[in-house]
Design a protein. Structure first.
Ligand SMILES: Nc1ncnc2c1ncn2[C@@H]1O[C@H](COP(=O)(O)OP(=O)(O)OP(=O)(O)O)[C@@H](O)[C@H]1O
Ligand SMILES: [Mg+2]
Length: 253
């Protein structure tokens, strides 16, 4: 069975997709890895240049009435294996609402899946039924955070959701850690926030990863060129940090 990581934070633009795609790129060098794009915005799908039209996507796996096995939705792209998202996933909320079975669709799909060592799931900036699907299917949650006051506000709500899922649907779920991203290391505010984040992480029975991902212009360049950071700028500062983060993450499993 694969180890399943879900990258989650309901705050938008906080580095989930960057973290998910870069982590998938790093893990792919260690074992067979599949990235699942569970965000209707489809940013990971775009980065992998995967198809959305005329092909199977996550929608067909978790929403459609004739459920498709996850393996049949995998696209083998130069950046790696991916199950693409679909804008239609934003309608999943309605379709799965009121259907308890609907919460377990991704878990069932992941359990059937063979041949992968690591699954990485990128999620949308919302606490949706899709996120529940992801948390129920996952082993570990990685929470990217930024060192600003707003960034911390939603964390307790996210943690309440994780706790509820752990209690009711997925006892094996753990918070792998909070990952500080887009870190400049320059402001005093950042340093203060660091201490708070550490305490918050401990309150979650988890940790703040000891490495912070530094801000780096190469991240945006790679995204614009639809390349993985692992390929585009393997030596840049963000990438060095992501390598160290991946090591720390894997030590914990
Ligand atoms: N280490 C970094 N250095 C510089 N820019 C970064 C870094 N990490 C992320 N970014 C930039 O921040 C923006 C948001 O990142 P990303 O798309 O990964 O966030 P997200 O949480 O997935 O957003 P959404 O909630 O919309 O899905 C992007 O423009 C990305 O290029
Ligand atoms: Mg994203």
């Amino acid at each position: 069975m694969a180890v399943t990581f879900v990258v989650a934070n309901q705050k938008g633009g906080i580095g989930k997709t960057t973290t998910a795609t870069t982590l998938a790129g790093i893990l792919a060098k260690k074992g067979r890895t599949l990235l699942i794009d569970a965000d209707p915005q489809g940013n990971s799908t775009a980065t992998y240049q995967a198809q959305v039209e005329d092909c199977a996507t996550l929608y067909d796996v978790i929403v459609d009435s004739e459920i498709l096995p996850l393996a049949e939705a995998v696209q083998h792209m130069p950046n790696g294996d991916i199950v693409a998202s679909d804008p239609l996933l934003s309608k999943a909320e309605k379709l799965l609402d009121g259907d308890v079975e609907g919460l377990y669709r991704l878990k069932d799909a992941v359990e059937e899946m063979e041949g992968y060592e690591y699954l990485v799931i990128d999620t949308a900036p919302s606490l949706s039924v899709i996120l529940y699907n992801c948390l129920i299917a996952a082993d570990q949650v990685i929470i990217p955070v930024m060192a600003d006051a707003y960034s911390m506000q939603g964390l307790s709500q996210l943690y309440d959701t994780i706790k509820a899922v752990k209690r009711r649907q997925n006892p094996k779920l753990t918070v792998a850690g909070l990952l500080l991203v887009k870190y400049s290391g320059r402001s005093n505010l950042e340093k203060r926030v660091l201490q708070e984040l550490q305490e918050l992480a401990e309150g979650m029975g988890s940790r703040l990863f000891s490495v912070a991902i530094r801000e780096c212009v190469k991240v945006k360049e790679a995204q614009t060129q639809k390349k993985l950071l692992t390929e585009y700028a393997p030596g840049c500062s963000s990438m060095q940090d992501y390598f160290a983060f991946a090591e720390e993450l894997l030590e914990g499993i």
